[in-house]
Design a protein around this ligand. Sequence first.
Ligand SMILES: [Ca+2]
Ligand SMILES: [Ca+2]
Length: 236
Amino acid sequence: MRDTLVFLLIAALGTCRAQYEDDRRPPYEAEAGRGRHGHRSQHPEYVRVEVELLKMSNEGAIDHKNAYCDLNGNACDPVVLASLDTEHSFKEWPGPSDPAFWSEVFRVDNTNSPTLNKLLTKDSCGRPFRSAVARVIAEDLDHWDARTLINHWQCPVTKALVAGSRDAAQWSGPLPCISRYRPVEGKDVITLTFRYKAYQIAPGECQSNPTSTLRPGAVTMTTRTTRPPTSSRKTV
Ligand SMILES: [Ca+2]
Ligand SMILES: [Ca+2]
């Protein structure tokens, strides 16, 4: 009888301990084992995010202050800079990195509404992935004058679509980036669209260094190392 009581007491203590340890497990760890389709995932803290900038629209040929890009009424000459951030997506514009070091991903003359189709890729390594954001700047470039700002955008990525593998990853639908400036009576007349996908990768594949790369076969990207400081630019 005494042995039976001791056995039952030990069994009860074991159950309590298991329950206690389960309660202490972070919610993220509890949910991390399941991917989007319920498949067991292997590396929930190693995530690759791909953002494709799709199309910029600026039919009014204007800059962020509602002035024409060109004095003679010709179309804008946009240069597009971008940065993909997987760590500080809620930080205020421009986020943690100086736009002077962002990558130039696109440039064209006399085109108000260019199709961009430019891919940005960034890995989140060894930490719970929560969200990401692509920050984008479009400037009008005239060879005889300083650049003028067309608009800033933020293109948000949530973890809702994180797939268990590259093969299981699917593109989001086309989404609007959030414009910082609305130069015409508050209307969103200079717009940018994007799409994204995100998926788990093996720890050995993860590159935590900042990267912004173009899709293979696309126009060669210029990686900026220096640009004139803002204070030296002419204002128009
Ligand atoms: Ca221009
Ligand atoms: Ca022009």
